[in-house]
Design a protein around this ligand. Structure first.
Ligand SMILES: C[S@@+](CC[C@H](N)C(=O)[O-])C[C@H]1O[C@@H](n2cnc3c(N)ncnc32)[C@H](O)[C@@H]1O
Length: 129
């Protein structure tokens, strides 16, 4: 499934210049997969970074310059309470948004959020541009 999400992003955002993963936790696998194929580093953030490569930021009180000009913001298994914050920041900076929730989570946001499947992955996506 993680390979399928990575592949989807590579295929659809291969021309991007900036991609941000929010709430990386201890699971940087997708970001690392992307970095192997794209020509830039994925910006990783978390409110409680587990690693020095992860930028400390609260997505509900975001430092806008981290996200500005991103073509895509994505988050894997974020807490339900930050879904709306993800939608707001994506809308603010004009980036697309992908959320891969826990299978048991409900999605609280976005009439525009479309359930999308690609190979073994199912996730939600909003296209703002
Ligand atoms: C359930 S974990 C998922 C971690 C990882 N993405 C995964 O799939 O294993 C949720 C992550 O979101 C982070 N988080 C919670 N609230 C946040 C916020 N307001 N801003 C940024 N990150 C947040 C937590 O610190 C945690 O690392």
């Amino acid at each position: 499934m993680w390979n399928s999400i990575s592949e989807y992003i590579i295929r659809n955002y291969g021309q991007a210049h900036k991609i941000v993963e929010v709430g990386v936790g201890r699971f940087p696998l997708v970001a690392h997969n992307l970095e192997e194929h794209l020509k830039f580093n994925i910006i990783m953030t978390d409110i409680k970074p587990s690693h020095r490569m992860i930028i400390q930021d609260d997505i509900c009180h975001p430092d806008l310059k981290i996200y500005k000009d991103a073509e895509l913001i994505y988050s894997i298994r974020p807490p339900e309470e930050i879904q709306t914050c993800l939608e707001i920041i994506s809308n603010t900076v004009g980036s697309d948004l992908i959320i891969k929730p826990f299978s048991t989570d409900s999605m609280n946001i976005g009439r525009n959020m479309k359930l999308t499947s690609y190979k073994k992955a199912v996730f939600y996506k909003i296209t703002f541009k």
